[in-house]
Design a protein around this ligand. Structure first.
Ligand code: NDP
Ligand code: 2IT
Length: 460
């Protein structure tokens, strides 16, 4: 080993020890937050080559600061159900990092929501939002409220109570929530109405994902799913692959899944399976998307009802069974950790060539290692699903200029943004010694911009 190699190795060793120390301290400080720790581990490990080359990030305490949210708000959400009983849920907003702009990120209503889930989502959001190239910081929120089986009036009362506390912490220039699991245009509408009443002003840019009549953006509803498919298409193009003629599996049947299926089909793919938390549908003729939209966007039905309308389709009573159906392209679009190491192995055995993440953190670290070790083309969530928040930022721009752009204009911007994210992540991966590894590249490209902005803004 010559002197230059020895110096490089020693710098790398210093960075590695530093990351280990930082991770251990985070673990001690947040001992039960398994999802948050998983998101942290996945990111900090990939930053070792950056810290080795730019030790100023260690000296400025960037990771120490990044890993501690700027502010965490946790609050009681009391509401009255249709029987007149008082119900109490817990609400959260984690304002993680504002180096690049106002906090930005969705609200999730699901019984599994807790501090760890909200923090993992908020932490990922910092890097994702940085990758979009838009002026937005990272945040996330939600509640352990379960919207399933609730009447429209119960949903409205819950949303109003949630906003009665949240309104004082948010605003178009401070923190701009949007939807996520369990939160779509209806919930955003009820929350916007309550915010407007409490503020006594029409501040359109306080929430995104709004209805089109009152400040919403065309193509926001489609943006995450479409963006995912645009991103995966870029990645496949570079590897002489195409959606056209491919068999695709999309887990979930919510907002992200539906529009991922729509665009994949438009690009000539056959989508053979989708799911919800109860089970999955296998339709070898190709999923009928009109039926899925009707069941999920209009009738609030379970996906099992698909098989009643299309008797040739098979319904499997376990949502994880979806991953044992052979496919060329797998698009997990339901929830975190839906693909573990063992499931990834099944996908591999069945010949999967591409995995593109529409959900946040749908693959465990073991699953990601499995993709990378087996040269599966892998599009990581924080890059591949950034289309939703990117169009949210375009919604904010439309709101502040009091303009409304055409669907074509927003969709064209979305395509450019997804292409840029792909190219910047590929570039960062090559610059730091892991060519083609988009997981590392996205983390690095997202991190560097936030870290530089934090240094320029001083220790705050
Ligand atoms: P929706 O609430 O619209 O849909 C979620 C879908 O996933 C439903 O079909 C739901 O089934 C299913 N699902 C949820 N939990 C599970 C589970 N444990 N096992 C199997 N299926 C499950 O949410 P979105 O489509 O908006 O969000 C899906 C994912 O995409 C989440 O990870 C979210 O964070 C991420 N995301 C969303 C963005 C957006 O713009 N909406 C942007 C970027 C990422 P069921 O109805 O049975 O619960
Ligand atoms: O995870 C995500 O990026 C979202 N749920 C969208 C956030 C947003 O602010 O549009």
């Amino acid at each position: 080993m010559n002197t230059i190699e020895a110096t490089l190795q020693s710098k790398r060793e210093t960075a590695k020890q530093y990351v280990k120390k930082i991770y251990n301290a985070t673990e001690q400080r947040n001992p039960h937050e398994t999802e948050f720790l998983q998101a942290v581990k996945e990111i900090v490990d990939s930053l070792i080559p950056v810290l080795a080359r730019q030790p100023q990030y260690m000296k400025s305490g960037i990771l120490e600061r990044l890993l501690e949210p700027e502010k965490v708000i946790s609050f009681r959400v009391p509401w009255v159900d249709d029987q007149g009983n008082v119900q109490v849920n817990r609400g959260y907003r984690v304002q993680f990092n504002s180096a690049l702009g106002p906090y930005k990120g969705g609200l999730r209503f699901h019984p599994s929501v807790n501090a760890s889930i909200v923090k993992f989502l908020g932490f990922e959001q910092i890097f994702k939002n940085s990758l979009t190239g838009q002026p937005i910081g990272g945040g996330k929120g939600g509640s352990d409220f379960d919207p399933k089986g609730k009447s429209d009036m119960e949903i409205m009362r819950f949303c109003q109570s949630f906003m009665t506390e949240l309104y004082q912490h948010i605003g178009p220039e401070t923190d701009v929530p949007a939807g996520d699991t369990g939160v779509n245009a209806r919930e955003i509408g009820y929350m916007f109405g309550q915010y407007k009443k409490l503020r006594g002003a029409f501040e359109a840019g306080v929430l995104t994902g709004k209805g089109l009549e009152y400040g919403g953006s065309l193509a926001r509803k489609e943006a995450t799913g479409y963006g995912l498919v645009y991103f995966v298409r870029e990645m496949m193009k570079d590897n002489d692959l195409d959606f056209n003629g491919s068999n695709v599996i999309v887990s979930g049947s919510g907002n992200v899944s539906i529009y991922a299926m729509e665009k994949a089909m438009e690009f000539g793919a056959k989508v053979v399976a989708c799911s919800d938390s109860n089970g999955c549908i296998y339709d070898e003729n190709g999923i009928n998307l009109d039926t899925v939209k009707e069941l999920k966007e209009e009738d609030n039905e379970r996906i099992s009802a698909y098989a009643e309308k299309h008797p040739h389709a098979q319904y499997l009573e376990d949502c994880n069974e979806i991953w044992s159906i052979p496919c060329d392209i797998a698009l997990p679009c339901a929830t975190q950790n839906e693909i573990d190491g063992k499931t990834a192995e099944t996908l591999l055995t069945n010949g999967v060539k591409v995995v593109g993440e529409g959900a946040n953190m749908p693959s465990t670290i073991e699953a990601i290692d499995m993709y990378l070790d087996n040269t599966i083309l892998f599009a990581p969530a924080k890059a591949a699903n950034a289309g939703g928040v990117a169009v949210s930022a375009l919604e904010m721009a439309q709101n502040s200029s009091k303009l409304m752009w055409s669907f074509e204009k927003v969709d064209a911007r979305l395509q450019e943004i997804m292409k840029d994210i792909y190219q910047n992540s590929m570039q960062a991966a090559s610059d730091y010694g892991t060519p083609g590894n988009l997981a590392a590249g996205a983390n690095i490209a997202g991190f560097v911009k936030v870290a530089d902005a934090m240094i320029e803004q001083g220790v705050i």
